[in-house]
Design a protein around this ligand. Structure first.
Ligand SMILES: Nc1ncnc2c1ncn2[C@@H]1O[C@H](COP(=O)(O)OP(=O)(O)O)[C@@H](O)[C@H]1O
Ligand SMILES: [Mg+2]
Length: 629
């Protein structure tokens, strides 16, 4: 992992003091705009829900007023229940309307959320496929995973439910306000005066409660990680007598967790009483002024009862709005990260010139040419004054000059960290040289199609990645159209078959996520077969046999001799004995080629290669001595 770590996913999350970034939410809302039908449905049912909610007190009002009228008229209540039926029907219709709209709006919001999460994730995932290695160097896998999973989910949820809440709550609020103003504007003004107070108080509590619960979650996850580490590292802890230190740091964290939990509990406990008290101010005001108005005959008793209901209902939409705005504010960091990731342009991609060449070749193909219209051959490879650094100012390779004729086997040797893997990464265009030129048959790599180049490279790494699935499927990944027989042949060629058949189920054995159910050596064998199956023109092996026992390695070598015939290959060797037959050996130390030649040349020169060779011989003797002791 590079030293330049990006901030972890949680570090920015509690940033809640900034205002709502409308531009950002607008950008994110574009994902919702793709689903116009769902949005319209959502809006429609949010409106009908709000409408039904507002109507309930009006039915009660009408009923009360009719009952009072009947009492006052002296005639008493009519026989039977016929006079009650209209109210019953109105009530039933409202309940039905409300249930129906709630059902549909939840459905629409759920759909919308699922679609948007998928879309945002797809956009991010698509970008990740295109981005170059350097992007991943700077961002830990865990960080990217958090972006692709929790951030996407969270944003989609807030967008879908936020749209719903905002629509419903505003309909509800505007509806209540209009009805109240219509019934009695004086009473309405008095009651509505409390609304801003309620809104401010809700906002205050919601924001703090969200912050507290987030910090509890965060501490909780570090505690879990701590547990994990101390259990896994218990031997080390004990051997260094660090139990007390560990306990102290653990206690500090649980204390912090306790504090946050208490804060959250106090806030949650205070929230409702505070809101109810503020709300009761408006109820009291409505009761007093309304009481006078009823007594004076200005409004009916039914109207007063309706008002009292509305004063209590007012709180619900305000609370929803406060909640959703706080959530949006807290999720802004997630939104920014996702938008930024999606907007990142890959640094290594086909240039405009290459794109044009590809378009021309697609439009008017020259037979026998590559997709970019240039000759379809990968012959002579030339590194010319190549220079490279991962981080500005820290040169990893410099002055690399080497010419590799077609079909040669080139071995790269030298001490760890010398730059061998980096050199082959440059050939694969996983990174771009910071100086100099790499060319194939006289053409700068940057002027060829990236897809074309990479599809002709076979790469076997020291720690290869396999996908969960059978061994057979994993090998076939190298060439999706290969028949089973071709897969078996590839495995046989690299000497992997014996090992594969020893697995339970043989080729059908499921290797687990990342190939975790196989040993490192077995994974190397499978990835070898996978690379060979693709029939690459250039084969690159980066310490590809380091975890394979010597006997199997010899077998692989025998198979490879046939495979490598006529193919250019780069072999980074772990054991020097395996590359003695290479056409050319490059000794790389400190980012430079310090020696170049065949095994015999280099041995005769008695330089660095000779020294490495001698040391490996001694190491092997060393092993023997240890074995005896
Ligand atoms: N992704 C990376 N980011 C930053 N530095 C790196 C990265 N990969 C390798 N390096 C550094 O580049 C140097 C050469 O590494 P590498 O090419 O892997 O050496 P070798 O394969 O010869 O062991 C080392 O100093 C290593 O620390
Ligand atoms: Mg390496």
């Amino acid at each position: 992992m590079s030293a330049q770590q990006v901030k972890g996913p949680d570090q920015e999350d509690t940033r809640s003091d900034s205002g709502l970034d409308l531009a950002l939410w607008g950008e994110l809302f574009r994902y919702a705009m793709r689903y116009k039908r769902q949005l319209v449905g959502l809006a429609f049912f949010a409106l009908t829900t709000g409408f039904c909610d507002v109507c309930f007190p009006l039915v009660s009002r009408a009923l009360i007023d009719e009952m009072i009228q009947l009492t006052e008229s002296g005639g008493g209540f009519p026989e039977g229940s016929d006079w009650l039926m209209p109210y019953l029907w109105a009530y039933a219709a409202l309940v039905l309307g409300l249930s129906g709209s709630v059902f549909f709006f939840i459905r629409y919001a759920g759909f919308l959320k699922a679609y948007m999460a998928a879309d945002i994730r797809e956009a991010g995932f698509g970008k990740l496929q295109l981005l170059e290695f350097a992007y991943f160097d700077k961002r830990p896998i865990g960080w990217l995973m958090a972006r692709m999973t929790s951030d996407c989910e969270r944003l989609a949820r807030i967008l879908a439910w936020g749209a719903l809440d905002v629509l419903w709550a505003s309909t509800f609020l505007v509806g209540i306000a209009c009805v109240m103003l219509y019934l009695s504007w004086k009473l309405a003004v008095l009651v509505l005066l409390v609304a801003p107070l309620l809104a401010i108080a809700s906002r205050f509590f919601q924001k703090r409660m969200l912050t507290a619960s987030r910090s509890i979650r965060k501490i909780n996850s570090t505690i879990t990680a701590d547990f994990n580490e101390s259990i896994q590292g218990v031997l080390t802890t004990k051997s260094f007598v660090r139990e007390q230190d560990n306990l102290a740091s653990f206690e500090k964290k649980t204390d912090a967790m306790f504090e946050s939990s208490v804060r959250n509990a106090v806030l949650a406990a205070a929230y409702l009483p505070v809101i109810l008290s503020i709300g009761s101010l408006s109820t009291a005001a409505a009761l007093i002024l309304g009481g006078y108005q009823v007594a004076g005959g200005v409004i009916s008793l039914g109207t007063l009862v309706a008002f009292l209901s509305y004063t209590r209902m007012l709180f619900e939409p305000l609370q929803q709005l406060a909640h959703i705005f706080s959530e949006m504010q807290m999720a802004q960091a997630s939104g920014e990260r996702i938008i930024e990731m999606i907007a990142t342009e890959p640094a290594i991609c086909d240039s405009e010139l290459v794109k044009k060449k590809i378009a021309d070749q697609a439009h008017d193909p020259v037979p026998g040419r590559a997709i970019d219209g240039d000759p379809d051959q990968l012959g002579r490879i030339v590194f010319q004054d190549v220079e490279f650094s991962y981080l500005p100012g820290e040169t990893v390779l410099e002055g690399i000059n080497v010419t590799v004729p077609e079909g040669e086997t080139v071995a790269l040797v030298g001490s760890t960290g010398g730059g061998k893997s980096t050199l082959v990464s440059l050939l694969c265009r996983f990174y771009e040289p910071t100086g100099g030129v790499i060319s194939i048959d006289g053409c700068d790599l940057r002027e060829r199609s990236l897809d074309w180049l990479q599809s002709h490279l076979g790469i076997v790494l020291q720690d290869p990645h396999l996908f969960s699935g059978s061994v057979l499927e994993n090998i076939r990944y190298g060439q999706l159209h290969a028949t089973d027989d071709e897969v078996y042949r590839a495995a046989r060629t690299v000497g992997a078959e014996v090992t594969i058949l020893r697995l339970p189920g043989g080729y059908g054995f499921n290797v687990g996520a990342g190939g975790s159910l196989l040993s490192a050596g077995e994974r190397q064998l499978v990835s070898f077969a996978r690379a060979i199956l693709a029939e690459p023109r250039i084969l690159i092996m980066d310490e590809a046999t380091s975890s394979i026992d010597m006997e199997t390695e010899l077998q692989i070598q025998k198979g490879l001799e046939r495979v490598l015939e006529g193919r250019t290959s780069f072999v980074i060797a772990h054991r020097l004995s395996t590359i003695e037959g290479a056409d050319r050996i490059l000794v790389i130390e400190g980012g430079r080629i310090v020696e170049e030649g065949s095994h015999l040349d280099l041995m005769a020169a008695r330089g660095r290669y000779h020294e490495l060779h001698a040391r490996q011989g001694i190491d092997e003797v060393g092993v023997h001595i240890e074995d005896w002791s």
